[in-house]
Design a protein around this ligand. Sequence first.
Ligand SMILES: C[S@@+](CC[C@H](N)C(=O)[O-])C[C@H]1O[C@@H](n2cnc3c(N)ncnc32)[C@H](O)[C@@H]1O
Length: 181
Amino acid sequence: MAIPTPDGYVPSHPGLFVVDFKPGEYSSSLIALKDLLPGAEVPLRGLTPSPKKYSTLQYGPGPDDHVELNSDLLFVNHSCEPNVAFDLSSSDRSQWNLRALKSIRAGEPLTFFYPSTEWQMDQPFECRCGAPSCIGKISGAVALSKDTLLQRHFISPWVLTKVAERDRPPDQHADQISTEY
Ligand SMILES: C[S@@+](CC[C@H](N)C(=O)[O-])C[C@H]1O[C@@H](n2cnc3c(N)ncnc32)[C@H](O)[C@@H]1O
């Protein structure tokens, strides 16, 4: 799907979300059009496999585990204090969803914590979310401590598994356990 632009814009989620197009590269955002309660879910439909890009979501640890959203959800910006999560953790893809992590009022921008799905991002950036707990550079979960990740309400389970592998002392790595006695 072509990236939506203001010309002839047709919302992918009419009545629910709208893109707030702003001039300047990567300056646009996605705005809620109605109040959402914590736990409200929006199913993710129309995803397609893709190489890793600034616009893709990662759903697993593999090099090919990336999908394009193909919708206005592409415009959900990052925040270090996010109000939604992209939950692509189910083995049943029909269960993949965007979920409200807190109450969201109509008119608020939707934000998610990018390292909750991205291990090593294609396009790192300096965060401008302005949250008190802002962590600055956003380059993926690979660069963050387990504690920093766990403060964000939702982190993909496979990300936490990779963090545990990364943080395991070298003498406990399975490939280094000797079978000789
Ligand atoms: C998937 S796009 C999100 C929509 C984007 N704002 C746009 O207009 O196309 C991701 C890009 O948006 C920008 N972005 C998202 N959240 C940001 C944040 N908190 N601070 C700075 N830039 C951000 C970065 O350039 C990032 O690579």
